[in-house]
Design a protein around this ligand. Structure first.
Ligand SMILES: Cc1cc2nc3c(=O)[nH]c(=O)nc-3n(C[C@H](O)[C@H](O)[C@H](O)COP(=O)(O)OP(=O)(O)OC[C@H]3O[C@@H](n4cnc5c(N)ncnc54)[C@H](O)[C@@H]3O)c2cc1C
Ligand code: FES
Length: 554
């Protein structure tokens, strides 16, 4: 009888519900504890997870290392169902963008996302799994300390992006009780930048990573619309654009990158826009609706903007220097497929070409002349041709930069100057999965990870950066996910079918797999990221085999 029930999940749940040991009690904080039987012990094998419900609230139940544990079921980033992710030991990796959570504690261990998962009590009795619900909150903020009024120790964080924000939060989570000042040129508190090219007309409040009162609550001074123009690392001061000086004990430079401007004639005309800020996104949305738009650049920003505008503008023409979009990063095959996706929505491509001149009338764009001679009528031009690091203001200090102007940091995000740290898009850092080669990788996830590592070094709990890069892009509602660092790859091995837009691509550098990308193939890229993070070798033979069971796909 027991065997039969164990083999039949539905029966087991019916039994569990009928015999449920449901008891409700109120604890000291007036939170209702609800305990329910969610399944039989035998329903879950070691290394498996399952979504269960207590009082209608979804919970992720996990059996790992012989023990059951239960945590929130939705990723704290964009609420992906974690049951569809990749479980390795005590860590579940989100299928969407690679965030990792400890399934015993619910703690976030890899980004993106800021918060931990709630964790719930699990008890096994008579072969039944009981889970106690004490909160219906989907997220849990780690305990944060406060500033001690008498402390004069000051950390200045330059930049209001994720690297700075995670640094500030990690400091407070590690009992830092000095003063934290976050200085940013932005006129918004830290916001979800990747959304700017995917949902361009979203309201600013819906973009914020933390509510406005969060900073005050946690004693993080947020100085907006302020720019640091120079640093004196001998005197330990920074100078602001209003010429005031601020003393620091420790400094984080997390100033990210800015969009690279066009150098051609006409690039300064009205209606020629770069995409950097919330206002830029709003302006592009407003100026392009119902108009003839030319997008310059076929990497992530250009392609996402073209995709977003494809059903809003009167026409969208995309100009790219290579044969296919994403050619350098994702390769020709995937690039060609994305081009076809957008062509089906009426987007026109002018590849192997570039802008010679943007011509205007009364200060506004009228037409774009291509180097091959084509003339495109245009009411608006959006430029997405790469980025430049915001690091000029460190010139004159002993802070070392590479030849591309990225700030050089070590494995703990320390620069060449004592007590000066740097993180995010502005740095080149040693990448573990590539033998600690110094690289610059501008990913949302890595900026978070860098911020945490910098904060831990500041509070003398140094930990080396080990994050595996993870990136995503969204075209016409479909997400391409990418993990690793494919620079210098020699060939690509495909699984699935590109023409069906359901594939997994492995980027090989000779016989070593250096990166993977996928579309409609979850959670393969999360599983590969996890294997790379744990240092598991993935051989060419495994990749070329038709048997992908080594990926442990559900
Ligand atoms: C439109 C867009 C879409 C993107 N989409 C994705 C995506 O889908 N996936 C992904 O992984 N990544 C994406 N990215 C990249 C991602 O946003 C970055 O990797 C990430 O924001 C880097 O974080 P950061 O903290 O290093 O710097 P940023 O977020 O760039 O923040 C830099 C901060 O420094 C401030 N600053 C600069 N100079 C100064 C100064 N001198 N004084 C004071 N403040 C200063 C700026 O105002 C800003 O607040 C996208 C980027 C853009 C622009
Ligand atoms: S939804 Fe989980 S990492 Fe984005």
């Amino acid at each position: 009888m027991a065997m039969l029930l164990a083999n039949n999940i539905n029966n087991a749940l019916v039994l569990a519900t009928l015999t449920t040991d449901l008891h409700k009690m109120t604890n000291a904080e007036e939170v209702m504890d609800i305990t329910e039987v969610v399944c039989l012990e035998s329903d879950l094998q070691d290394g498996q997870m399952k979504e269960v419900e207590v009082d209608g609230h979804k919970i992720l139940l996990v059996r790992s290392g012989g023990q059951f544990s239960a945590v929130g079921s939705r990723c704290t980033h964009y609420a992906a169902p974690l049951v569809k992710g990749s479980l390795q030991g005590d860590k579940v990796r989100c299928p969407f963008h690679g965030a990792c959570f400890n399934v015993k504690t619910g703690d976030i261990e890899e980004y993106p996302g800021l918060d931990c998962l709630p964790s719930y009590k699990v008890k096994i009795e008579d072969g039944k799994v009981h889970v106690t619900l004490h909160t219906k909150e989907a997220k849990r903020l780690k305990q944060m300390s406060h500033q001690e009024p008498e402390s004069s120790h000051t950390v200045i964080l330059i930049g209001g992006g994720p690297a700075s924000l995670v640094c500030a939060e990690t400091l407070r989570q590690n009992d830092y009780r000095g003063r934290i000042v976050m200085v940013t040129k932005d006129d918004l508190p830290p916001f979800d930048k990747p959304k700017l090219s995917k949902a361009m007309n979203v309201e600013s409040d819906r973009l914020l990573l933390r509510p406005k009162d969060f900073f005050q609550q946690h004693d993080i001074e947020l100085w907006m619309k302020r720019e640091v123009i120079s640093i004196n690392t001998e005197a330990k001061t920074v100078t602001m654009d209003d010429k005031t000086e601020q003393r620091y004990d420790q400094l984080l430079i997390a100033t990210g990158c800015r969009a690279r401007p066009m150098a051609c004639p006409g690039a300064d005309l009205e209606n020629v826009k770069l995409l950097e800020t919330f206002k830029d996104a709003q302006d592009i949305h407003n100026m392009c609706a119902g108009k003839k738009v030319v997008v310059v650049g076929t990497s992530f920003i250009g392609m996402e903007v073209a995709s977003y505008l494809s059903d809003k503008a009167a026409s969208v023409s995309v100009i790219g220097k290579s044969e296919y979009p994403f050619q350098l990063s994702l390769g020709s095959e995937i690039g060609k497929m994305t081009m076809e996706m957008l062509r089906e929505k009426g987007v026109k491509f002018y590849m192997n070409d570039n802008v010679a001149e943007i011509r205007g009338e009364n200060g506004k764009v009228k037409e774009v002349i291509l180097q091959k001679g084509e003339l495109l009528e245009a009411d608006a031009v959006v430029i997405g041709i790469g980025v430049l690091p915001n690091s000029e203001f460190v010139d004159g200090t002993k802070i070392q930069k590479d030849k591309r102007n990225n700030i050089i940091v070590d494995k703990c995000m320390r620069t060449s100057v004592s007590q000066v740290f740097s993180a995010g898009d502005v740095v080149c850092f040693p990448l573990g999965i590539r033998g600690h080669e110094q690289v610059n990788i501008a990913h949302w996830q890595l900026a978070h990870a860098h911020g945490r590592i910098a904060a831990l070094a500041m509070v003398s709990k140094p930990v080396e950066i080990k994050s595996v890069p993870f990136f995503w892009t969204v075209l016409l509602g479909k997400s391409i996910r990418y993990t690793g660092y494919g620079n210098g790859y020699t060939d690509i091995v495909f699984k699935g079918k590109l023409e069906e837009r359901k594939f997994l691509a492995f980027y090989m550098k000779e016989d070593v797999m250096v990166a993977a990308a996928s579309l409609n193939f979850d959670p393969a890229v999360a599983a590969v990221a996890e294997m790379m993070a744990t240092g598991k070798d993935i051989t060419r033979a495994q990749i070329e085999s038709d048997d992908l069971s080594w990926l442990n796909m559900p």
